[in-house]
Structures are given as structure tokens and as C-alpha cells.
Design a protein around this ligand. Structure first.
Ligand SMILES: Cc1cc2nc3c(=O)[nH]c(=O)nc-3n(C[C@H](O)[C@H](O)[C@H](O)COP(=O)(O)OP(=O)(O)OC[C@H]3O[C@@H](n4cnc5c(N)ncnc54)[C@H](O)[C@@H]3O)c2cc1C
Length: 386
């Protein structure tokens, strides 16, 4: 496979880089300190149409592929920013585009593409069901032409910053199911209509991520906002997972490149014992090692993205890319912190911020243990380990 970027893809990278230069390190640093949302940055990206990259042109988007979507998110992180603030609008497209009805797409996508509506909240995780999604307990009970939602979600990011939420809830009791992957359904919940019946409690986390515990007290969703068929929601969410893993791999690679650039520059410039610290193998080799691992991860990422865009099966590549990229970025983060000595801990250097941010990718949106379980079971044919 040839992973040379096309002139259009190179241009996307350059254009995103230009936007990011308007939002330099001190912009992200100040937000991190106050745990504020990068409202101006997200607005700018939306105005320029970048967050509608995966929305087809007929619905007002730019109709680009996952390769281009991943380049956009990578470049944001490579520039020192944090794409997690806006990545959900791309993560959710897999489910909505593939399984949403024509009426749902016509109703919502043009408004999302134009920035009138934000779909940045994706609600799956619950206190008693993190990795094991089939055990979720939040219920959606059909009453007339509505579903009524009761239950609790946790770690649901950007609820206050969204108008719409993609929500997974249980429409059949777990005990009654022969196939435990059935009985879950996906809804497009309009948060503006539901706000009196939803309680949202912000979580205090290690990173600036706007995550919340969410409590549903009889929240009503119109029947027409059920995505696809009732009971098939877990399948629909899984369909979106390959895209999500490719996009998160790209974000991690963006972080990794940022760390390597900073580390190599500092190692060339910082003089200790009369010579640049980068001339010591103890500093140089970990940076070079992380760079090599990052390059390998990047190749698998492009392989996964290319296959995805060709509509070929890509579960093995998407999962491998997510695993390798998140680990390589973490390795780069450590090499960068070590190279900077005490200054790595100084907030003004931004390394400690990116260090915290990049650690997330080994855990969320899916933990690397579950990625390994996928590879062991589905790629290598070993028994299910859970
Ligand atoms: C900052 C942040 C933002 C998030 N945003 C969202 C969001 O917007 N929407 C959303 O739905 N969720 C979100 N999440 C939740 C995230 O997807 C979950 O945290 C993640 O899926 C893991 O679930 P858990 O935390 O319940 O861990 P658990 O499932 O409790 O697992 C704990 C640990 O045990 C390991 N483990 C469990 N079972 C096995 C096994 N069989 N074999 C090997 N290891 C195992 C896991 O890999 C993990 O390391 C977010 C999380 C964070 C931290």
C-alpha cells in the first residue's frame, strides 16, 4: 500500500496547521488551568467546515474520508492543541451515517454541518458497565410514540457543550436475552428538549475534558429519534468503533510527534557538562526509539484508514493502530519529560499538560487490554478471555 498523502491531504494538514497557529500554547495552557472548553477554537473549526469533514456533501458537509478526518485531528494535537474537545462529532458519524434514517440525516446533518447544532456527546459508559458495554442498565421504555429513559451514565464528555447526544440504552431486560449483544438501542437525544429531566454533574479529572456523570429522570425521546432498529444498538455502536480507533490513533500520533519535536529540539539546545544533552545516548536513544515506534504506528494507521475508506474490513488494522499509537505517544511523552529534566514539570513548557492528556489514549475510548483481547480473539483465533 502507498501511504504518500495526496496534494489535497497535504493541503488539509497545512490549512489545519494555519488555524492552529492562531491558537498557540498559551491559549491551551490557560484553558487547562481553568478547565475551560476551547469554545473559540471549536467555533473557528466549525465555521471553516472542518468538523463537518465526514458529513456527506448532500447534507452540507465536505464528504471527506476517515483518512482526512484523522489528518485533521492529528494536526490539532501535533500543533499542541487537544482535539478531544471536538472529536466526537467525527466519532459519532459512523453510527449516524450508516444506521440513521434518511429523515434523521436530513433533519440533523445540515444543521450539524453548519454549526447550528453540536453533536459532541456520546453516552455509553455507566458506573457498572465500562468495558463490558452489554451490561449497561440505563433503560429506554416505549410509551406511546416516545421512549422514556431512566438511569445513570458516567464519564460522558461535553454534555454542556452539545445540543445532541448519541445515547445507548437498554430496550430489553438482560436476563431475557439469549444473545446478550441484542436488546440495546441507540437514540439521538435532543438535549435542549430534555434538559429539565437530565441532571449533569461535572467530574473533576486529571485532564481538561468536560466529562460528567449524567442522570436521566424520565427523559423522553421521540420514537423518530431511535437510530435504526430497536435492540440492534450494540451492533451499530460496534460499527462505529473502527472509525473511532483510527481517529484516536491519529490523535495519539499527533501528540507523539509534538513530544518528539520538543524533545529533540531541547536535546540539541540544552547544554549540561559542557555539551548538548542530546549527545548522550541516555537522552538521544529513548527519543529515537519513540520516534521509530511512532512511525510504525503511523503506517498502520494509514493502512487502517485506507482500508476503511475503501470499505474493506479493517478491524485488525484499526485496533492495532490504536494500540501502537497510544503506546508510542506515551513512550514519546516519557522521553520528552526525561529530556526536559525539572523543566518538564513547569506548566509553561506545556509538557506536563500534554503528558496528562496523552495518557488518556491508552485507556479511553477503549482500554488497550480490550484492544489486545480483540486481536487475540478475532485476529489470532484464541479463546475469548472475558
Ligand atoms: C477522560 C475520559 C473521557 C471519557 N469520555 C467518555 C464519553 O464521552 N462517553 C462514554 O461513553 N465514555 C467515556 N469514557 C469512558 C471510557 O470509555 C471508559 O473509562 C473505558 O471504556 C473503560 O471503562 P471503565 O473505566 O469502566 O473501566 P473497567 O471496565 O472497569 O476496567 C478497568 C480496567 O480493567 C481492565 N479490564 C477489564 N476487563 C478486562 C479483561 N477481561 N481483560 C483484561 N483487562 C480487563 C480494563 O482494561 C481497565 O484497564 C471516558 C473516560 C475518560 C477517562
Amino acid at each position: 500500500m502507498d501511504f504518500n498523502l495526496s496534494p489535497e491531504q497535504v493541503q488539509i494538514r497545512e490549512q489545519i496547521g494555519r488555524v492552529c497557529r492562531e491558537f498557540p500554547d498559551d491559549y491551551w495552557r490557560a484553558l487547562d488551568r481553568k478547565k475551560d472548553y476551547p469554545e473559540a477554537f471549536v467555533r473557528k473549526l466549525t465555521e471553516l467546515g472542518w468538523l463537518a469533514a465526514l458529513i456527506p456533501e448532500e447534507y452540507g458537509g465536505t464528504g471527506l474520508g476517515i483518512t482526512e478526518g484523522s489528518i485533521i485531528l492529528e494536526e490539532i494535537n501535533r500543533s499542541g492543541g487537544n482535539a478531544t474537545a471536538c472529536h466526537a462529532q467525527m466519532y459519532t458519524m459512523g453510527t449516524l451515517l450508516r444506521h440513521g434514517s434518511e429523515a434523521q440525516k436530513k433533519r440533523y446533518l445540515p444543521k450539524i454541518a453548519g454549526g447550528e447544532l453540536r453533536l459532541q456527546a456520546f453516552a455509553v459508559t455507566e458506573p457498572n458497565a465500562g468495558s463490558d458495554t452489554t451490561r449497561i442498565e440505563t433503560t429506554a421504555t416505549k410509551r406511546g410514540n416516545k421512549y422514556v429513559i431512566e438511569g445513570e451514565k458516567v464519564f460522558i464528555s461535553r454534555v454542556f457543550e452539545s445540543d445532541l447526544m448519541l445515547l445507548l440504552a437498554r430496550t430489553s431486560r438482560y436476563q431475557e436475552l439469549d444473545d446478550k449483544t441484542k436488546g440495546l438501542s441507540v437514540f439521538l437525544l435532543d438535549l435542549r428538549e430534555a434538559k429539565n429531566t437530565i441532571e449533569v454533574k461535572p467530574l473533576d479529572l486529571m485532564i481538561n475534558h468536560h466529562s460528567n456523570a449524567v442522570f436521566f429522570h424520565g427523559t423522553e425521546v421521540r420514537e423518530e429519534n431511535l437510530i435504526g432498529e430497536e435492540g440492534m444498538g450494540f451492533r451499530y455502536i460496534i460499527d462505529g468503533w473502527n472509525a473511532e480507533r483510527i481517529l484516536v490513533a491519529a490523535e495519539a500520533i499527533g501528540d507523539g510527534k509534538w513530544f518528539i519535536e520538543r524533545a529533540a529540539r531541547y536535546a540539541r539546545e540544552r547544554v549540561v557538562f559542557g555539551r548538548a544533552i542530546g549527545s548522550n545516548q541516555g537522552i538521544q536513544f529513548p527519543i529515537a526509539q519513540a520516534h521509530a515506534r511512532l512511525q510504525a504506528a503511523d503506517l498502520v494507521r494509514y493502512q487502517a484508514a485506507t482500508k476503511f475508506d475503501r470499505k474493506e474490513k479493517c478491524g485488525a488494522e484499526a485496533n492495532t493502530a490504536k494500540l501502537l499509537a497510544s503506546e508510542a505517544a506515551w513512550e514519546a511523552a516519557n522521553a520528552c519529560l526525561t529530556a526536559h529534566g525539572g523543566y518538564g514539570f513547569a506548566v509553561d513548557y506545556d509538557i506536563e499538560r500534554k503528558f496528562r492528556e496523552t495518557r488518556l489514549f491508552t485507556v479511553a475510548p477503549v482500554s488497550n487490554n480490550l484492544v489486545l483481547a480483540y486481536l487475540g480473539q478475532h485476529v489470532l483465533g484464541m479463546p475469548k478471555s472475558y
